[in-house]
Design a binder for this molecule. Structure first.
Ligand SMILES: N[C@@H](CCC(=O)N[C@@H](CS)C(=O)NCC(=O)O)C(=O)O
Length: 374
């Protein structure tokens, strides 16, 4: 078992960033010391491209001088380096639920989180001021210009420029409200998503919640009034450390988790397949109706093709033993069929992946989640 790093790791990002917050929750849970440093725009954009292939936050600097990116793959790497108190449960069904929920949290809830931050004046005022001072302080421009630039960049990259038009807003917000209802139901019966202590599923959901829904003025107000238990969970997770890993995980898959999986199947997985279709056709943008909400001119993402492939690979790896034993259908397959995940997971044939795409992660990324206007 390796010892924890002797010196704090460098975590370069922003104190209000989605994925920086996810990584911090992970490091705290594992007791891995880190130092959060503000990423410096624009000077670090070029440096990060040279170091890790893309410019995105966070990046993590190891004491041997190597740099890493992509929270999903970084967490997998740290789990092999520091295997004590693993965040992925041993049980293959729960392990797979973790991979599903992490991916859903990373790739689907990003857009609503950005929506709440940048659509409403309260959120945009807070975040543009914070980011202008934190990560763009070296940019030689007046503060109000930097704030305007940030608003425009984030909106055109991630909200109005990624499928959210005026007519989409109600649907996006209803989707978030449905998630809050499901989470309240879960936290009524246990402290973390899968039981008495946090797993990768909680870490994944730290992305949208810790630095967005539970920080930005509008969703925070909604959480206070409609989902106070979920708000408590955000802080319970943040306040966790290796000694919190005690007690039991759920025995079997509770109905409340099945409900989340159904929600994911009719929404995110459907979107992932529309993204595959668009990418196959070479379309940079596509329109898709997902769970009753029409996203027009959403950006297609090469990275998310890889995400779907990763979900398939995890499934195959986790069910290897059952397959070798000649068992007809694994317990996991039954769960995935019942919740509607199965069909969408395998619907697309010949995923349009690039050769060896993302195979060098977490030390080198071939593509970004989605491209913002830079
Ligand atoms: N899949 C990546 C996503 C990282 C990411 O997209 N981070 C956002 C900020 S929270 C970012 O840097 N976006 C790039 C940009 O805005 O140019 C991860 O898990 O680390």
């Amino acid at each position: 078992m390796s010892d924890l790093p002797p010196r704090p790791l460098k975590l370069r990002g922003s104190s209000i960033s989605y994925f920086t917050g996810k990584m911090e929750n992970y490091f705290r849970l594992k007791g891995i010391p880190y130092q959060l440093e503000a990423m410096d725009f624009p000077s670090e954009v070029k440096r990060n491209r040279e170091r890790v292939g893309v410019s995105q936050m966070p990046v993590v600097g190891l004491s041997d001088g190597r740099w890493m990116t992509d929270t999903t793959k970084m967490i997998q790497w740290f789990e092999t380096e520091y295997p004590q108190n693993p965040v992925v449960p041993e049980d293959p069904v729960l392990a797979y639920i973790c991979y599903l929920l992490e991916d859903w949290a990373d790739e689907w809830w990003w857009r609503p989180a950005m929506h709440y931050r940048w659509y409403y004046e309260e959120g945009a005022r807070f975040a543009s001021g914070h980011l202008a001072r934190e990560v763009a302080s070296a940019l030689p421009l007046p503060l109000f210009i930097k704030r305007q630039m940030l608003r425009r960049r984030q909106r055109s990259g991630y909200t109005s420029g990624d499928g959210i038009a005026k007519g989409t807003v109600a649907g996006v917000e209803a989707d978030v409200a449905t998630l809050f209802v499901s989470l309240e139901r879960i936290f009524k019966s246990r402290p973390f998503l899968l039981g008495d202590y946090p797993t990768l599923a909680d870490i994944g959901f730290a992305g949208p919640f810790f630095r967005h829904f539970a920080l930005d003025p509008i969703p925070l107000q909604i959480l206070r009034h409609t989902a106070p238990r979920t708000l408590e969970w955000v802080m319970r997770l943040w306040n966790s450390n290796p000694s919190s890993v005690q007690g039991l995980l759920v025995d079997g898959v509770p109905d409340d988790i099945r409900e989340l999986l159904r929600h994911m199947a009719r929404g995110y997985l459907h979107y992932l397949n529309a993204n595959v279709e668009a990418t196959k056709k070479g379309d940079a943008r596509f329109t898709a109706t997902v769970d009753g909400v029409t996203y027009r001119q959403a950006r297609s993402s090469q990275y998310r093709i890889w995400c779907l492939d990763e979900l398939r690979k995890h499934y195959r790896r986790l069910t290897q033993t059952e397959i070798e034993k000649g068992q007809e259908a694994s317990d996991l397959e039954c769960l995935l069929r019942e919740t509607g995940i199965w069909e969408s997971l395998w619907a697309e044939t010949n995923l349009p992946l690039h050769e060896d795409q993302e195979s060098r992660l977490p030390f080198w990324a071939d593509s970004k989640m989605i491209k913002a206007n830079e």
